[in-house]
Design a protein around this ligand. Sequence first.
Ligand SMILES: Nc1ncnc2c1ncn2[C@@H]1O[C@H](COP(=O)(O)OP(=O)(O)OP(=O)(O)O)[C@@H](O)[C@H]1O
Ligand SMILES: [Mg+2]
Length: 505
Amino acid sequence: MGRLNINQKTAEALISFKNVSKSFGATKALINCNIDFKMGEIHSLVGENGAGKSTLGKIILGAYKLDSGQMLIEGKESQINSPVQSVNLGLVGISQELSLLPSRTVVDNIAMGRELTSGFFVSSKKTKEKVLSVMNRFNLFLNPDSIVGSLSVAEQQKVEILRALNSNARLIVFDEPTARLASNETEQLHFLVNSLAKTGTTIIYISHFLEEVLSISDRISLLRNGQLIRTNIAKKETKKSLIEGMTGKEEGNLFPKIKPVSKNSETILQVSNLTRKNEFEKISFEIKRGEIVGLSGLVGSGRSELALTIFGDKKPDKGKINFYGKEIKNNSINKSIDMGIAMVPESRRTQGLILARSLIENISLPYLKKFSSIYGVNKKKEKVDVIEACNKTTVKHNGVDFEVQYLSGGNQQKILFAKAAMGKPRLLIADEPTRGVDIGAKKSIYELIAKLSDVGESVLLISSEIEEIIGMSNRVLVMSRGKLSAELEGSAINKKTIMEATFKN
Ligand SMILES: Nc1ncnc2c1ncn2[C@@H]1O[C@H](COP(=O)(O)OP(=O)(O)OP(=O)(O)O)[C@@H](O)[C@H]1O
Ligand SMILES: [Mg+2]
């Protein structure tokens, strides 16, 4: 599906970039790029974090202006000066970071800026009908009256997609659309993308999931440090060729060796009968010193809520949490951090980062005590430690004094990991720590996790990527509908057993 047939192969380009360059200060985000997006094709962009993928998309969507070169629309040079102008030309996108109004309803968000007027006034009835018809047409349903802020991250992603579909788009940029979706939702999205392309919509698809890119695309363009390495037919690429093209290096082993944990290793975390109404029920498990425990399950199975409760961000209704032999009563984030528990949260926008603050402020925020004495904060030591943390997690930046908002999406994710790992926690809870990071950085994060466990720190690793769970865990827990559906060890840790437990009722 979605594949170009012979006639379409010669299809006209809807958008062409001719020698396009774009810089931000000293950063060259795009350098002399020549690239065509043909009508009705699914054209993926791949490249490491900071390679320039989102920048390219944002130029088409009118969010950034190019510095030099030209952008042609159907062969004619066009200047796009604003996002509104792009939308009017049928060029729309869903962004890497959610950009919704959390206090408004689903309908409001989908129709934002595109409300139907009835005479002089915006007609909410007509607008709602239009939104419902879009949901019907694309088989993507959500309660139109729900408040967006109360929805799960995956549902919010759907709102973004529906917003893009609610205009007569000729081109849609999907910037990492599946990073927040569960596997069944990903399939649904692929189906949707294919059917859009079949009806002639051009799709620009940005993703770090290379298997996904290979199966969905007609053509793939590889970017490295702002330069186009090549554009090729997807069938002629493999995972290996893409990794080599992106990184300039050969594909190595992604996962480090994970040491087994001794049976007599002490239990550091003991969770008994932990319950939060409508979220999770009677959860009991242990983590040993130095152990990496994988927590698998669908988005919405209660994984993240359980993690946030252990971390002290949510209060349990029932049950107990023991950490290093002490019961944590009246849990709170501050208490957890003091006891040596750190967390990489699921959503970097809402839970993790202060975008208008510098890297240094974001990373050292929870550890100010460590750098403080009666003489104030030791700025020098703070900076050295932060730079080291950034290096370890391969953050690409122009200086730790710059604001986090100027980093690419994947580099922001690495900051979250750096921040959590820097305090040398006794227990690290990592909720989707590699979401949106490129393959090289994934490897570094895995190595860091393995090193933490080597020195006796324990890790609870939550992930939707089964390969990551299998490759990194000493033991695996699976959640389904708020309950623990399996606890797996040794050879029992495999794709089949995890999948079965994932869908258990
Ligand atoms: N508004 C901005 N101000 C300053 N620098 C920026 C801005 N937007 C992007 N950059 C920089 O331009 C480079 C390319 O960023 P871009 O967001 O296009 O990367 P990307 O390929 O989408 O990466 P990722 O996979 O992490 O999302 C990065 O070095 C980034 O820090
Ligand atoms: Mg990006």
